[in-house]
Structures are given as structure tokens and as C-alpha cells.
Write a new protein. Sequence first.
Length: 68
Amino acid sequence: MRMRRILGLALAAATFAGMSAIGAVSAGAASSPNITRDECTAAGGQIVARPYAGYTCALPDGTTQAIT
């Protein structure tokens, strides 16, 4: 009985950890929206052309975002 309880707790913890990882990935994808050219230049960014990948905005803090 004790072994079954320990295995059940381990399974529950593994399931919870998996769901937390999926939630973190989803939140990360949703937290970096695309910006427009006007928003990029207003924020002090520079528009950079990438071959076969479109344009990105290089912001002064070193991050880049895709331009819509």
C-alpha cells in the first residue's frame, strides 16, 4: 500500500511538471509579439533585412522582434 502511494505521488509530480513546462513554452511564445515598422523606429530600433526571412527590428537593448 505504501509503495502504491509513493508511485502515485511520483506520477502526479511528473504530470504537474510536464504541464508546467508546456505552460511556460506557451507563455514564452505569447510574450514576444510582432511590432510594426513605425513602432520599431519610435522605440529607437533599427530595421534589419534578413535574407529569406523578412525584416526584424533590432532594439537598443539588444533584442530583436519580427516586423509585421
